[in-house]
Design a protein around this ligand. Structure first.
Ligand SMILES: Cc1ncc(C[n+]2csc(CCOP(=O)(O)OP(=O)(O)O)c2C)c(N)n1
Ligand SMILES: [Mg+2]
Length: 685
């Protein structure tokens, strides 16, 4: 067989595996894999530096399938390249990542060929995709990370990091706003290691893009400072190959390749129709299509002889030799730059450097106190000096979020300073969330910040960080009515409840400056969970830890801060964040009147729920049913801690525009209310 024949055979193998898998599952998306098989084939077998034997080799090129519905493209190449599996501890397992059996069981429970690409479930998947736009936005974070890594670690004759990031996307990805936000920032930062390939097939689910999407995409990307290439034939692999090489030579800007394609290519009755997007072809059309490809009509899940070998000769050989060369290079690097090499190794395992928590502040008792965001800023500035790869920024609210790193040498990340520490996301919260994920997928330790209310704008990416089990950090300030005068558009109500509801996400709302320090101590040690830190705008009293329990109780999610004599309370006050000091004040009043209350500080439900039943019962003794929770947010969910006989102080409505003190009075966030309510519950009015 000639090289060209082997190319075609390999491409048609990807196509027919996709067709058969969708048909067997009776669900999925055949049309786009049929159209993009030549692209994915060319990219993987001719261009990408990726070693199927070691899919987590740090200097590999990254591939993101942003149009995640076309997942069969990925399952096909992961299978045909014989990509090996890796476990969550980064151990390389001998077995294949995706077997032919997995593909036969496409979209079935337990299969390593699920409906959409799932990071952490299938080795070789670089990012979970499915919500359109997220993959391309995440790829921008990967490209920023690569530049950061190269800037810090590359040395003369040691190009330790020189990989590229490829993302494939469809009309949906380019219609979604998050893609535009991210593309704008990528252009601004001149990310010439980033290549998006746009499947310009003029089809989405409802039909032709004439219905909704008639803009000039090329002009838009040119205005973002991208290099834009146009190819009109998705079957011309020489042209595709050439365009990818042009990308690799293009400096100072990212590349968008607009690729004209035909969804459902080769299917006599489905090509160029919306039906090819999301419906199996059906048994007859499967046969007609295979005939059109010159494929045996009745063969299913056929991988012809020579195809696996062809991938082994292409990406297999190229990847193995690139990795071998890199491994040798890294060994030399290690002997010359031991400290830097150690950092790279620690980072890859998501470990922290020795001394990561040295010089963390301890805040003295102070009735006036410090805002949560102020304490956070001080802690971040210490941590960022101890942990070289901790970096991040805000969506244009750095001065409000206090996330700016201000120590000498903490540069901005810009075109000419890609190794800086302060990343300015611009007013692009959604892309910020995805970019933070991309940085984290690249093993940096990133944080992104905005007002808590605008977490709504980043939420889809935050959800994905939990789904991907990434230790991303979101610093969300102005957590309640602290910015009073800004009014209800700026006052979060349901946000705590809704973010607490995301599985696998650790949310902390610390109650004073020392709890902020301890919250960071907990967060930094997370390896496979994102964290959200919810912080006050206004000063909160710094509690006297000689009088009350130490703030290290934060590590248990909830702890007894102030107690009744002999640890035998009649009632329990449970509070978080800015309401903690109100509960402490109420407790002092109640104590002075001989009423035995306990204050439980509960910065994190999630962490508390991971404690033993014994510990949880020691904090919230089942026998003590007189309980009040207080939190300046929706009470939704607090029922689980107050029980049937408890009371909840929270918000039932939106807030209002007024000075904070007036709002606290209007909405009942004052210690006197707690005292009255407590007495009422105990029948001691
Ligand atoms: C945020 C988001 N909205 C909606 C969907 C549902 N959806 C999946 S694919 C698709 C159409 C995508 O069209 P296009 O990107 O052109 O893909 P093609 O059909 O051309 O492969 C839609 C609306 C989604 N996955 N994500
Ligand atoms: Mg389309």
């Amino acid at each position: 067989m000639t090289g060209a024949e082997l190319d075609q055979l390999s491409i048609n193998t990807i196509r027919t595996l996709s067709i058969d898998a969708v048909q067997a599952a009776n669900s999925g998306h055949p049309g786009t894999p049929m159209a993009l098989a030549p692209l994915v084939y060319t990219l993987w077998n001719r261009v990408m530096r990726f070693d199927p034997q070691d899919p987590i080799w740090p200097n590999r090129d990254r591939f993101v399938l942003s149009n995640g519905h076309a997942s069969m493209l990925l399952w096909s190449v992961l299978h045909l390249t014989g990509t090996r599996a890796v476990n969550a501890d980064y151990e390389r397992l001998g077995q294949p990542s995706v077997t032919l059996e997995d593909i036969r069981r496409f979209r079935q429970l337990g299969s390593k060929a699920p409906g959409h690409p799932e990071y952490h479930w299938v080795s070789g998947v670089e990012a979970t995709t499915g919500p359109l736009g997220q993959g391309i936005a995440t790829s921008v974070g990967m490209a920023i990370a690569k530049k950061w890594l190269a800037s810090r670690y590359n040395k003369p004759n040691f190009s330790i990091f020189d990989y590229d990031i490829y993302a494939i996307c469809g009309d949906g990805d380019l219609m979604e706003g998050v893609g535009s936000e991210a593309a704008s920032l990528a252009g601004h930062l001149g990310l010439d290691n980033l290549c998006w390939i746009y499947d310009n097939n003029h089809i989405t689910i409802e039909g032709s893009t004439q219905l909704t999407f008639t803009e000039d995409v090329a002009a838009r990307f040119l205005s973002y400072h991208w290099n834009v290439l146009r190819l009109d034939d998705a079957n011309d692999i020489e042209q595709i190959d050439h365009a990818l090489r042009v990308f690799r030579k293009t400096k100072d800007r990212p590349t968008l390749i607009i690729l004209g394609s035909h969804i459902g290519y080769g299917s006599p009755h489905r090509q160029d129709t919306a039906a090819a997007h999301g419906e199996p072809l059906g048994p007859d059309e499967v046969r007609f299509t295979k005939r059109a490809y010159g494929w045996p009509e009745d063969a299913q899940f056929l991988v012809p002889e020579g195809v696996r070998e062809h991938f082994a000769d292409g990406i297999g050989k190229r990847g193995a030799s690139a990795r071998r060369a890199w491994t040798n290079l890294f060994a030399d690097y290690r002997s010359q730059y031991l400290e830097l090499a150690t950092e790279i190794e620690q980072m890859q395992r998501r470990e922290l450097p020795v001394g990561w928590d040295r010089n963390l502040p301890v805040f003295p008792a102070d009735p006036k106190g410090l805002a949560g965001r102020e304490a956070s800023g001080k802690v971040l500035n210490v941590l960022a000096q101890n942990i070289p790869w901790l970096l991040g920024g805000s969506a244009d609210l750095g001065s409000s979020n206090k996330t700016l790193l201000t120590y000498p040498g903490a540069e901005d990340i810009q075109v000419n300073t890609p190794g800086g520490k302060n990343l300015h996301f611009g007013i692009r919260e959604h892309a910020m969330g995805a970019i933070v994920n991309g940085l984290s997928l690249s093993k940096l330790r990133p944080y992104g910040a905005t007002f808590f209310i605008f977490s709504d704008y980043a939420r889809p990416a935050i959800r994905l960080s939990a789904l991907m089990e990434l230790p991303a950090i979101f610093v969300l300030t102005h957590d309640a009515m602290g910015d009073g005068e800004d009014g209800p558009t700026h006052q979060p109500i349901e946000h705590l409840a809704s973010l607490r509801a995301i599985p696998g996400l650790t949310l902390l709302r610390p109650g004073d400056a020392n709890e902020v320090v301890e919250a960071y101590r907990v967060i930094m040690q997370l390896r496979h969970r994102p964290a959200i830190l919810v912080l006050s705008r206004q000063a909160l009293p710094t509690l006297d830890r000689n009088k009350y329990a130490p703030a290290c109780g934060v590590a248990c999610g909830a702890y007894v801060l102030a107690d009744a004599p002999g640890g035998k309370p009649e009632m329990i006050l449970i509070a978080t964040g800015s309401e903690l000091s109100l509960a402490v004040q109420a407790h002092e009043t109640l104590s002075s009147e001989g009423i035995h209350s306990r204050v439980v500080s509960m910065p994190s439900w999630d962490i508390f729920e991971h404690q033993t039943q014994e510990y949880r019962d020691s904090v919230l003794p089942p026998a003590v049913q007189a309980r009040i929770t207080i939190e300046q947010a929706s009470t939704f969910g607090w029922e689980r801690y107050v029980g049937n006989n408890g009371r909840m102080i929270g918000m039932q409505t939106f807030g209002a525009s007024a000075p904070l003190k007036e709002l606290q009075r209007k909405f009942g966030f004052e210690p006197e209310r707690l005292v009255t309510m407590a007495k009422g519950m105990l029948g001691k009015t």
